[in-house]
Design a protein around this ligand. Sequence first.
Ligand code: 5GP
Ligand code: MG
Ligand code: MG
Length: 180
Amino acid sequence: MPDRPYVIDQMISAKAIAARIEALAREITEAFRGTDKLVVVGLLRGSFVFIADLVREIDLPVEVDFLEASSYGDGTQSSREVRILKDLRGQIQGRDVLVVEDIVDTGFTLTHVKHLLESREPRRLEICALLDKPSRREVPIRATWTGFEIPDEFVVGYGIDFAQRNRNLPYIGKVRFLDG
Ligand code: 5GP
Ligand code: MG
Ligand code: MG
């Protein structure tokens, strides 16, 4: 699959992403106002660019932690089996937690992660997803905050990969195969 020739058509510009993140961060700052500390949990690897930009716009005491769950392999096929490949370093019991995800697709990954983290009894747990593909949902889950709703297209860039490539694109684009 990764050997098929493809181009990337821009879907969401770097400027549009930055503007949306400013607005999201304002809402998040407002929602958690007064917290002693907000634990921001990035789901690796796709959210690493998003979380970096988002935390710099959040005006609260923030701790950053990461969790890696397997979802997609190296292709575009969704997998229902969610495994934790890397767990949090810190405790979240009694903490305010914000989970940061790149894309909510079928919803399996986020549902699994949410249940896992809720079992650790945080004071409050909210979710911020950069992208949402509502038409693909198989498990009913919604992020508290969503950057952009997008159609059922395979996207890359801004941290999001195609077979580990294209994460460094500053914008979000959709993959278009040239061989039909
Ligand atoms: P879900 O469990 O909701 O089906 O899967 C969510 C995960 O699948 C996302 O966090 C992301 O890693 C991956 N994913 C979903 N849609 C896309 C896409 O269009 N492009 C890429 N590269 N990954 C995607
Ligand atoms: Mg992800
Ligand atoms: Mg991936």
